[in-house]
Design a protein around this ligand. Sequence first.
Ligand code: FES
Length: 349
Amino acid sequence: MFHELTIREVRAETPDSVAISFDVPEALDKFFAWVPGQYLTLRAIVEDQDIRRSYSIASLPGKPLTVGVKHVEGGAFSSFAQSLKPGDRIQVMPPEGRFTCRGATRVVLIAAGSGITPMVAMAADALAQGAEVTLVYGNRNTGSIMFRDALDGLKDRYVDRFTMIHILSREPQDVALLNGRITGNKLAALAQAGAVDLAGADGIFICGPGDMIDDVALMLDTKGIPKDHVHFERFFQAGEVQRAPRSAQAEAAAVHGVTVEVVLDGTRRQFKVEADDDNVVAAAERQGLELPYSCKGGMCCTCRCKVAEGSAEMAVNYSLEPWELEAGFTLACQARPTSDRLVLDFDAA
Ligand code: FES
């Protein structure tokens, strides 16, 4: 699952963020092919703890594989990442994720802070394919704008097809609408003013904190924007996480003992979920089997798998989209079996 890569370059993007590029040996090329919008999971042992974090890829295929890492106050991995230097080696999981705007021709990108990371490559890719792109990007001030040179370069290159709107919360701009934070109301007002065509977009992509995503998604829903036009990538969830209580069915199954079979990289393995196991990933870990995971919080989708047999419920889901739920996907880090036998396919696309 993880491969050790050498860090090629660490470049300061803003005072509290860095762009980290990796050298990918030719032998690993086939594992590390990516589509703009996907992410990498990095792993490190920090103070004896196995820590994993997912970071969006900011570069285009064919360029050095690069992620953007913003320092998070008290964040063990982001603090560790700030100390990385060229030549260091680090464990990296191959690219994953389905947050991609391939195929859309009228694209609206909405990002706050480090939520810009996947969108730099998505914007460049969509523009290169001939799409019209509008980016609404929220920051505290101009000094905290990540990938500014890359974005300005796109603006210069695609003058007619790329619109960039900066919203700043702590640096007054002449136009009142451009001050403050990105909210559903602000987006609606920008659309009303003709700055963003939400109704005409065939792909709206939102990336950043969970509360911003929820607020914007709600506004889009009330405006009648089709749900399948709206996609999001959640970087963290503000406020308290609301976990669904374990249902009577899940409780009964756990007390009885559930046999779980996983299909991973073409191999089948079995283990038990018992009453004290909070979820499938935890149960597997307890029995020495490592399943793919990163955030363990229902946000990153690294643990996404398909229920091939039996049934399961989730404590939280911040990342699976409605079509994935309908197709039977679940998040193993949140999954509690509700049947005596559960088969999870991690290889399902
Ligand atoms: S590990 Fe991130 S959603 Fe499960």
